[in-house]
Design a protein around this ligand. Sequence first.
Ligand SMILES: C[S@@+](CC[C@H](N)C(=O)[O-])C[C@H]1O[C@@H](n2cnc3c(N)ncnc32)[C@H](O)[C@@H]1O
Length: 185
Amino acid sequence: MLDLYNQHLGHRHLEVGPGSGWYLANTTAMQPGPAHITLMDLNPTPLSFTARRIEAADRVVESVCGSVLDAVPAEAGTGYESVGINFVLHCVPGNFAEKGVAFRHLANILGDEGVLFGSTILGRRRTPRTLFGRALTAVYGRVGAFNNRDDDRDELEDALKEAFGEYSITDVGDVTLFTARRPRR
Ligand SMILES: C[S@@+](CC[C@H](N)C(=O)[O-])C[C@H]1O[C@@H](n2cnc3c(N)ncnc32)[C@H](O)[C@@H]1O
């Protein structure tokens, strides 16, 4: 996952669901130098925590409260070089036929040359998951932290295809990584 950030983080970046901000704080792509990072989350706490963690003299960090199930708030602007959405979609209710609308919303604010990168844990997999993965998914599903029971790769692919002209999907262990380019207008 950190490789995704190292390879794709741009100078004007939207981070959806930053959590503790660990990836933004640890990516080698976040070198000193002018950058504009917008954080978007349902909850104010990850926004303020991450903003404090990554603040730097020549970096503009803005926060917007919102859900990926809705259009990105206008205050976030458009024309992003990169959008990160990591370990968010398996928390969001519904299957990809429903929550896949998130990709449309993010395609709308991504620049023509921009890249979206992300990761999720699918509830339905072609290959068996590890014992740890099974246990984690079962426990997190039971307490409502994961909503990925009906998430499968085909529907993830359909949702990406609907919003982007180019995409890739790769499994690493129990985690599914994706990138997407050429947002459809
Ligand atoms: C498991 S954390 C992932 C944190 C971080 N991206 C990482 O990989 O370490 C999920 C994050 O997504 C946010 N989130 C959950 N549902 C969301 C939604 N519908 N729209 C935006 N953010 C959401 C949560 O508040 C939290 O910050």
